[in-house]
Write a protein that binds this ligand. Structure first.
Ligand SMILES: [Ca+2]
Ligand SMILES: [Ca+2]
Ligand SMILES: [Ca+2]
Length: 235
């Protein structure tokens, strides 16, 4: 009987320390976006009409990272992203809706911003060197590597971004990745809404994973090749 109590106590202690010490890591480990390999890269023009974007699932921006609560889609803000890879490049498409677009006027805290982290060496930590503060609707580049280009649609509600990652963009490899929207309405920062696991907050230094996956089927490849050729005729 005493042994049983001791064993139960021991198991409880192990369980508690694991849960307390690894809670966030655990959630992050189970939280990732799979970017799919595509045969023809999307055209980085800000318009998400490339067929590749129809084939892949979105990651939703539904975590408020100032207070750590779930964000529900609303007129105030709704956003999502998709990502694919091809030939050493990662392509990210972002769709946002905002009731008040506060456009770029060189005052970072008075404008809507996308804040991305891309940790290509998978240190899994946020750092200035791997973060990008991107004003909505304009390309204020040049950007530091590995970001190579950004294009916005004319309404400022969609954009495409490419990152040159070379050998890092390889099947089953993982990088640290995060994406957040800083929503300024009527001159005031209202919310920061991110793609992240439940309970994720801004102060959390760990980044979720983006994994390079490959499971394309040949029929889709045909369609994509045609689309790439057709669209280039009009460029
Ligand atoms: Ca496009
Ligand atoms: Ca808003
Ligand atoms: Ca806004």
């Amino acid at each position: 009987m005493r042994i049983q109590i001791l064993l139960v106590g021991l198991l409880f202690l192990i369980g508690a320390s694991f849960a307390l010490g690894h809670l966030t890591d655990e959630k992050l480990q189970n939280f990732q976006y799979n970017a799919e390999l595509v045969t023809v890269a999307p055209i980085v023009d800000g318009y998400l009409d490339d067929p590749v974007w129809e084939e892949v699932l979105p990651g939703k921006l539904n975590q408020e990272i100032v207070n750590g609560s779930q964000w529900y889609e609303s007129d105030d803000f709704t956003g999502s992203f998709k990502a694919v890879w091809r030939g050493g490049f990662l392509y990210v498409a972002i769709k946002i809706q905002d009731d008040h677009f506060s456009k770029y006027h060189s005052k970072p805290f008075r404008e809507d911003q996308l804040v991305l982290h891309i940790d290509e060496y998978h240190f899994q930590r946020k750092a200035d060197v791997n973060s990008y503060a991107i004003p909505v609707g304009v390309d204020v580049g040049p950007w530091k590597a590995p970001l190579t280009s950004i294009a916005w649609g004319s309404d400022g509600q969609s954009c495409e971004i490419s990152f040159r990652l070379g050998d890092i963009a390889e099947k089953d490899n993982a990088i640290g990745f995060s994406i957040a929207y800083h929503d300024v309405d009527n001159g005031h920062l209202q919310n920061k809404i991110a793609w992240g696991p439940a309970g994720y907050i801004e102060q959390e230094e760990m980044l979720p994973d983006l994994v390079f996956s490959a499971s394309i089927n040949p029929n889709e490849q045909q369609k994509l090749i045609r689309w790439g050729q057709i669209k280039r005729l009009y460029k």
